[in-house]
Design a binder for this molecule. Structure first.
Ligand code: ADP
Ligand code: TRP
Length: 325
């Protein structure tokens, strides 16, 4: 099976991105053909500063490699190294009703949060559908917030195939991540737009400090506490081993433990998970040529796949005569 997913380089990646997306991408590389890309065309809808976008793009590549993406098993590449995705997005726009794009939750949500309502933002789902359909992807692992975009992708593939009377575009399946919504330090969904994230690769010291600032209620130290309503415990549960989770839950219920202790236990587990990756990341930062090679090799393979699909698409639409291919 061919698995494809993308992540926007629109800010420093955080624990929500790791637990809700990247971790699963990396696990899937062992059983499937993985294609993972850095959605830098998409980020132009929010990041319009060349140096910043370049920096964030290379950060995502470093993050994936440090967290365990193995370039021998999966392809990692930049979206912009496959220019054909813009061509397919245009073609999809000609078979997609305007109403479908206007109904997108993510578009409405971003506009409500102050992102400027450009045509690029509205057409985001067209480019995302193109990213997926151009590789004949079978499975697309995403978080709950992206499910509607996947349904739109399936619709667009269907509209294209119906319009031209041929099964050219393969309809992908969604793989919903079971890691629910990861809460931020204020208990809302962790998101870079809410300023409540725990970054993946801040220094160990700053990460611990950030964890110590997680919002908790004011139950006195000696009283029993409910682990199931606590933000600290919610994060702990996603990162610690099962027996550790059980043990911390009983310490909550027994009383006599302050939230400071729970936060400290969480900080230890976060460091256990991210510490070795931070070291790998530091080494990779010193070898930009290696990282660039990984991205270019990934793009070479992905572009080969994209060109095959584009040949079918152009032929189905009558964009080639047979002499101009
Ligand atoms: P942000 O909300 O910080 O801008 P993105 O929208 O760029 O994050 O998310 C990139 C990926 O990470 C998506 O697949 C999304 O489902 C996942 N993700 C982001 N935040 C969370 C979260 N708090 N919990 C679970 N998954 C998340
Ligand atoms: N829209 C996705 C997000 O914000 C990123 C993305 C772009 C993507 N193209 C994709 C995800 C294709 C999966 C498949 O998280």
């Amino acid at each position: 099976m061919r698995v494809l997913s993308g992540i926007q380089p629109s800010g420093k990646l955080h624990l929500g991105n790791y637990l809700g997306a990247i971790k699963q991408h990396i696990q899937l590389q062992d059983e499937h053909e993985g294609l993972y890309f850095i959605a830098n065309y998409h980020s132009l809808t929010t990041v319009q500063d060349a140096d910043r976008l370049r920096g964030l793009t290379s950060d995502v590549a470093l993050d994936y490699l440090a967290l365990g993406l193995d370039p021998k098993k999966a392809c990692l590449f930049r979206q912009t190294d496959i220019p054909e995705v813009c061509e397919l997005a245009w073609i999809l726009s000609t078979v997609t009703g305007e109403g479908l794009l206007r109904r997108a939750h993510s578009y409405k949500d971003k506009v409500a949060h102050g992102v400027s309502s450009s045509m690029g933002l509205m057409c985001y789902p067209l480019l995302m559908a193109s990213d997926i359909l151009i590789y004949d992807s079978d499975i697309v692992p995403v978080g709950q917030d992206q499910v509607q975009h996947l349904e739109m992708t399936q619709d667009m593939a269907g509209h294209f195939n119906n319009s031209y009377g041929v099964e050219v575009l393969k309809r992908p399946e969604v793989m919903l991540n079971d890691a629910c919504i990861v809460p931020g330090i204020d208990g809302q969904k962790m998101s870079k737009s809410y300023g409540n994230t725990i970054e993946l690769f801040d220094t160990a010291k700053r990460t611990r400090k950030r964890i110590m600032s997680i919002k908790t209620d004011s139950t006195p130290l000696e009283d029993p506490k409910d682990p199931d309503t606590c933000n600290v415990f919610a994060l702990y549960k996603l990162l610690a081993e099962q027996d550790e989770v059980k043990e911390l839950a009983s310490r909550y219920r027994a009383g006599g433990m302050g939230y400071g202790d729970a936060k400290s236990a969480l900080a230890d587990v976060v460091e256990r998970v991210l510490g070795p990756a931070r070291e790998r990341r530091e080494k990779l930062t010193g070898d930009p040529d290696y990282v660039e090679d990984v991205l270019l090799n990934g793009a070479k393979k992905a572009r080969g796949l994209a060109q095959l699909v584009m040949e079918r698409v152009r032929k189905a639409c009558g964009l080639v005569t047979g002499k101009n291919t």
